[in-house]
Design a protein around this ligand. Structure first.
Ligand SMILES: [Ca+2]
Length: 263
């Protein structure tokens, strides 16, 4: 969660600056969009590559009439990996740059917009990358766990497992233990399961909290992608899941995962 002790123990961040864009290289800082009208503002957070950056929006009012096309904030990690265009009144989820020390924030406003000037404020924190290596390509059968399991997992994790089966096989996965920080819509800590070989594959489900997902997740093809993300504060015991290949003939669609994508 955002307002527990994680942010209280650190020295005061540099003062707010109302600005239309800029470059930030300090280890932490705060950004506030300009109160003057501009059509495009771009902020760059650029710290040393050995750091990862967590960006947290603290205020957000970017109303837009036509989806997120008229007014929006787009966040890119490493200059080109877009984490999405955000609009509306809700704070976007925390953005973690795990592979580089660069985050770019682009605020676009349409001068013809009927809404008041879009506005946001955000803060960021750079931390040394975790020694935990939690990226793996795996086959056959086995288990995957959150780092340090069964001890509580640490902050700022961004783990992925690409599980593959042989031709004419599917990947099946089920959870035995599950205890993640609970949040609405699983915005902060979560496990995501995707039907395919990468993070863009169709989402099977996104889970958090302490209710163990009961489904047997089965990929439609040979690959399943599992990711685990934790934010700056609030932890749990993590998870333990088992995976194994199943022949195509044994695949039974699991309808329970289709009803509720976020738990
Ligand atoms: Ca957390």
């Amino acid at each position: 969660m955002l307002h527990r002790n994680g942010w209280k123990c650190i020295p005061k961040a540099p003062e707010f600056k109302d600005s239309c864009g800029g470059t930030f290289s300090e280890i932490r800082g705060k950004i506030r969009s300009s109160t003057e009208p501009y059509s495009d503002c771009v902020w760059h957070i650029q710290v040393k590559p050995k750091y990862r950056v967590t960006l947290i929006f603290t205020k957000f009012d970017v109303s837009s009439e036509h989806g997120c096309n008229e007014n929006y904030v787009e966040v890119l990690v490493g200059n080109k990996d877009s984490k999405g265009k955000f609009c509306g009144m809700k704070n976007p989820p925390p953005i973690i740059s795990s592979s580089s020390g660069i985050i770019t924030i682009h605020l676009h406003t349409d001068p013809n917009s009927v809404y008041f000037l879009p506005y946001f404020s955000a803060k960021y924190e750079a931390s040394l990358k975790q020694p935990d290596r939690c990226y793996d390509k795996i086959t056959g059968e086995g288990n995957i766990t959150s780092p340090a399991f069964p001890k509580r997992y640490s902050s700022f994790l961004d783990c992925t497992w690409k599980i593959s089966a042989r031709k004419n096989q599917h990947v099946r996965l089920f959870f035995d233990v599950f205890d993640l920080e609970p949040t609405k819509q699983c915005l902060f800590d979560y496990v995501e399961i995707r039907d395919g070989r990468n993070k863009l594959s169709p989402l099977i489900g996104r889970y958090c909290g302490s209710r163990t997902p009961t489904a047997n997740f089965t990929s439609s093809g040979r690959h399943m992608w599992v990711s685990f993300v934790s934010d700056n504060d609030g932890s749990g015991l993590g998870f333990l899941a088992y995976y194994f290949p199943v022949p195509i003939a044994n695949k039974t669609p699991d309808t329970s995962t289709q009803q509720e994508l976020i738990h």
